[in-house]
Design a protein around this ligand. Structure first.
Ligand SMILES: *[C@@H]1O[C@H](CO)[C@@H](O)[C@H](O)[C@H]1NC(C)=O
Ligand SMILES: *[C@@H]1O[C@H](CO)[C@@H](O)[C@H](O)[C@H]1NC(C)=O
Ligand SMILES: *[C@@H]1O[C@H](CO)[C@@H](O)[C@H](O)[C@H]1NC(C)=O
Ligand SMILES: *[C@@H]1O[C@H](CO)[C@@H](O)[C@H](O)[C@H]1NC(C)=O
Ligand SMILES: *[C@@H]1O[C@H](CO)[C@@H](O)[C@H](O)[C@H]1NC(C)=O
Ligand SMILES: *[C@@H]1O[C@H](CO)[C@@H](O)[C@H](O)[C@H]1NC(C)=O
Ligand SMILES: *[C@@H]1O[C@H](CO)[C@@H](O)[C@H](O)[C@H]1NC(C)=O
Ligand SMILES: *[C@@H]1O[C@H](CO)[C@@H](O)[C@H](O)[C@H]1NC(C)=O
Ligand SMILES: CC(=O)N[C@H]1CO[C@H](CO)[C@@H](O)[C@@H]1O
Length: 633
């Protein structure tokens, strides 16, 4: 995605008028679902797109909850750190933890100090303190032999939620790492910190250095350095089919040297330097290439791996022969992902804990190369990268990062998927309902990013609301009707840390308070569509016109019929759906006021499921601004 201000869109006026006119018409809509024929539907249709934006990775889905652990990025300072007791703390780059983690935290104890002193880390606007077991690790340098006390404490309240001692014997010459785990009780809010304290009397007039502090609540599928279990489990409810990663703009870098470098996101976290991401903050890259692929494996998603293709956001475009080394780097990356352990990079992958190659089949070449000055060189950059990959891995499916034909080679190789992105108002999405009806069938499509990001009046949307989510559903019905060419579609962005976001709306979010994980109204649209998928899209006969009600029908291999409906209008609508022979099933309904949103700790719009029965015919009463799925057999 591009920054909001640079986005210019044509919003057809026609659709607003058409919808307004149709809203006044309240006649029953009869839909008859054909039981024969139809086009097969893409099995990958609904997936997710992820990049580190809005602290969606660090501070979001990644399990590590302390911030600034490695003093990464351009200006880490003492962000998130505080002294505990009468000590002074400082970033110390003369005591690097490793060649990648180039600073540590120096804690100096004045003479005369007594008791337990140390430092705190306040996480990403607080540390999530849950009733669970945490894993905790840190590096220490400096002579110390005695108790290290680890706590989770309310920053203002002083309430101690976890209190755990370990015995440490550390050295003055080198960093040693220590790992432990402890149980915590739950805080009621986000205003918490993690503390590390030690016996001041043993360090008076001296200092100790600490590095790479890490704190993990339980991780998804118990992976080491994994995703937060609560966050990933919430997301898994969507049952996404693919993961497009690692960007997005965050792939691109402000300059070529600052791009996302796959080889600096692998191996032990202490060997990952991190980088200044493209969304104003430092990325630790603890969520790295292998972690993305474990995420895919654990959530049963097809990986869609984007590779850097010469475009960076600061205007540095690398093309022609200068692109050569970067193409080499892509091939190295693919060898790391796909190569046998007999290859150099395949062996490195095995050394990093994964002997078996990753099952990657889709590679996207760049991101949004029709903008940011990329268009004029993309055809040649794409071709060079395509040729290099295809020669070695002919079985891979390659994705071009744009559908704009003026930026693509005049003849795109067969099988290449093209990627289109839309950030639009509700009416503009509805106007694109038939976007793909007339589209050439020559190349499949990935709708790699889309979301309703502004109101029909042009106002910025912070929290998705029912009208926009309903418009997305209308667009998705259009995608599903065209899923002979629409192979994959993903809403974006996926996730935000609510109080640390630079882009909204996001599909779901959280802050550091318990039970803050919140699905937007659009989250539930994605869930409804993704968890109710047919394998064949069926024709529907009716005398009704599309708008304000939209529909698509499908059938699964198990002969469950799905009819997805959206009512993009302020009046209720009655729909009768006829499916010969079907007698019962469920109706899942999501609806709410036009401008109503879900908020943290205040979720009012979620799908409601009811049982339905009928003799080949089902009456569906659609409230205003509704999205529904009838699933019957
Ligand atoms: C903290 O230590 C400094 C330096 O030794 C001393 O001057 C000061 O009084 C101490 N403050 C407290 C609150 O103990
Ligand atoms: C940790 O050790 C300190 C110092 O010995 C002691 O005062 C404290 O009670 C211990 N805390 C726990 C939870 O064992
Ligand atoms: C990663 O690869 C790039 C070349 O693309 C190289 O410049 C860099 O030094 C490598 N980083 C590490 C840690 O090996
Ligand atoms: C780039 O492609 C997007 C769709 O992915 C489109 O909305 C936008 O208008 C295009 N921009 C240019 C300058 O071609
Ligand atoms: C697609 O074709 C139909 C029928 O010719 C036309 O009404 C419609 O406007 C076209 N849609 C787009 C997005 O071009
Ligand atoms: C199947 O695809 C063709 C070609 O795009 C289209 O004309 C037809 O309407 C589709 N049928 C269904 C049931 O979606
Ligand atoms: C929809 O049907 C219900 C009966 O099921 C009826 O009460 C209502 O008036 C109808 N609404 C519209 C908009 O036709
Ligand atoms: C919860 O959200 C609803 C609908 O968005 C709103 O009307 C209500 O005021 C909110 N309640 C609180 C306690 O914020
Ligand atoms: C607009 C906004 O809130 N941006 C914030 C995004 O997050 C970083 C830190 O992660 C903040 O520095 C930005 O201010």
């Amino acid at each position: 995605m591009r920054s909001r201000l640079s986005t210019t869109m044509h919003i057809p006026v026609l659709s607003t008028l058409a919808v307004a006119w149709l809203v006044g018409q309240a006649s029953a809509i009869d839909l008859t679902v054909s039981k024969t024929g139809g086009n097969s539907s893409s099995s990958l249709l609904y997936g997710i797109m992820f990049e580190d934006i809005n602290n969606s990775g660090d501070g979001g889905i990644h399990g590590q909850v302390l911030r600034n652990s490695g003093f990464q990025g351009t200006s880490p300072g003492l962000t998130a750190y505080a002294a505990v007791g009468n000590v002074s703390i400082a970033q110390d780059n003369s005591n690097p933890v490793s060649s990648a983690i180039t600073s540590s935290l120096k804690v100096t104890v004045p003479s005369g100090a007594t008791g337990f002193v140390g430092f705190a880390n306040t996480g990403y606007n607080g540390v999530p303190v849950l009733a669970t077991t945490y894993k905790n690790s840190f590096y220490i340098k400096g002579a110390y032999s005695g108790t290290v006390n680890l706590r989770l404490v309310g920053t203002s309240s002083g309430i101690v939620y976890a209190d755990h001692n370990i015995t440490v014997k550390s050295s003055a010459d080198k960093f040693t790492s220590h790992e432990t785990s402890f149980k915590s009780t739950q805080s009621t809010d986000a205003n918490n910190e993690w503390q590390l304290r030690f016996d001041a009397s043993k360090v008076v007039g001296k200092s100790l250095n600490f590095g790479l502090v890490q704190l993990f609540p339980p991780t998804y599928k118990s992976r080491p350095n994994g995703l937060r279990n609560d966050v990933a489990s919430f997301l898994a409810e969507i049952k996404p089919s693919f993961l497009r990663f690692p960007g997005g703009n965050n792939l691109e870098g402000a300059s070529p040297s600052n791009r996302w470098k796959w080889n600096e996101t692998i191996g032990a976290v202490v060997d990952r330097p991190g980088r200044q991401g493209d969304w104003t903050y430092a990325n630790t890259d603890a969520l790295g290439l292998d972690e993305y692929l474990y995420w895919c494996e654990d959530m049963e998603m097809e990986p869609v791996l984007a590779v850097w293709a010469g475009l960076s956001l600061g205007g540095g475009i690398v093309s022609g022969s200068a692109l050569g080394p970067y193409i080499e780097d892509i091939l190295n990356e693919l060898e790391y992902v796909l190569g046998s352990t007999a290859t150099i990079y395949g062996a490195l992958r095995a050394k990093n804990g994964r002997a078996e190659p990753w099952p990657v089949k889709y590679i996207e070449v760049g991101n949004e190369d029709n903008i940011s000055g990329g268009c004029s060189t993309y055809a040649s950059r794409f071709t060079a990268i395509y040729d290099a990959i295809h020669a070695q891995y002919p079985e891979l499916t390659i994705i071009a990062s744009t559908t704009s034909s003026s930026c693509l080679p005049s003849t795109l190789p067969a099988g290449v998927i093209t990627d289109i992105h839309h950030y639009l108002s509700p009416d503009a999405f509805v106007a694109l309902f038939d976007e793909f009806d007339n589209w050439s069938r020559d190349h499949p499509i990935l709708v790699g990013e889309y979301a309703s990001t502004k109101g029909n009046d042009g106002s910025t949307t912070y929290w998705s609301y029912m009208q926009g989510s309903c418009a997305e559903a209308v667009y998705m019905i259009g995608l599903e009707r065209n899923s002979d060419i629409i192979k994959m579609a993903s809403f974006a962005p996926l996730l935000e840390h609510f109080d640390m976001a630079e882009w909204s709306p996001d599909l779901f979010g959280l802050d550091s308070s318990p039970d803050s994980i919140t699905g937007s109204t659009s989250f539930y649209v994605q869930q409804l569509f993704s968890t109710n998928r047919g394998t064949t899209i069926l024709a529907v006969t009716t005398s009704a016109q599309f708008g304000p009600v939209y529909w698509v029908a499908s059938v699964s291999d198990k002969k469950v019929y799905y009819v997805k409906l959206a009512n993009y209008g302020a009046a209720a609508q009655n729909v009768t759906v006829s499916i010969a022979g079907a007698s019962q099933g469920t109706l899942q309904l999501l609806s709410g006021g036009e401008h109503v949103s879900n908020y943290p700790h205040n979720v009012s719009i979620t799908p409601v499921t009811s049982h339905v029965s009928g003799k080949g015919s089902f009456a569906v009463n659609l409230p205003a601004w509704a999205v529904a799925v009838l699933a019957v057999s």
